[in-house]
Ligand binder design. Sequence first.
Ligand SMILES: [Zn+2]
Length: 333
Amino acid sequence: MYDEKPYDFIGFPNRSPDRAKGAGQDRLQPELLSGTLELIMHTLTPVHVGSGYTDFLKAGNQETQAALQASKRVRDGNTLRRRYLIPGSSVKGAVRSIVEAITRSCVRVVQDKYRPYLPQGYSGCVRVDQLCPACRLFGAQDYQGHLSFEDAVAPPGSLVLLGVPLLWTPARGVRGLPPRYLDRRDTAKGRKFYFHAKFAQGADARACIKTDAELPLRIHFMNLEEAELGVLLTALGLHPAYRFPIKLGGGKPVGLGTVELEAQSLKLLHGRAALQQTGRLGQASEHQGDALKQLIQRYTAKAQALIEEPALKALAEVYAKEGLNNTAPAEPY
Ligand SMILES: [Zn+2]
């Protein structure tokens, strides 16, 4: 899929960001959608989300110093057990990047050196009554987002110790953007996403969640338009016409972090859908199987109002599952 570089850029839309006032979080609005989406996350490669610590881990007869996987202690009967997990914040960050790329959303984290290369209007939102779709969904300064992601806890026995190539930081300390980030008119080419790939072997030891693990994931949402819920579903790789695994955590350039999401159930509170289902406002409804499929179809179709189709198409190509047939580069690129 790639000749030399393990990533590609998703270009910026031709139009300026799509800013509006958010619906707010202070109370449930019955004409909007609130509830919980339950998913299963399948790891298609090992996933590493660092805890920020390293320690000596046993691998065969040897002890290796390795970067630890994020974990927490969970009560299991009368005992507390350490369970490894993918933090909700990490999933949220990955999904937000996708939402930013497929809608007309701002570039929130801009290093000063990038700023001159951004298209007009694309630096971070500053007014709470003028927020891009990503800031409305995920939050901005002085605006609480409408989504909350729970930690995805891995089943016992999911940890594996791996050696991956040491990551090389491109062009550190260089002024401005490296030329390969710029197009012919000297604007940033877009937002960078890594292809999926088989992980490469190397000397950098990391504890990871192993391939083929299944982790339950819950996302709570409040006061969303149907189109906004559709954008979320699309960014999770669940759009019926654009299915793809997403990538999260550390070691993306060396082939870690590919996960595929599968929707299990959608619980709706107080919303129009609940009203249609039960005839009563304030009632919850739960949708699974074909009913859930139909709702995903409906919301992702509505999401067209917010989605930049060429960007979604480009992202679906970068995130094509077939990338897993290639091995990530083991050398700096
Ligand atoms: Zn924004």
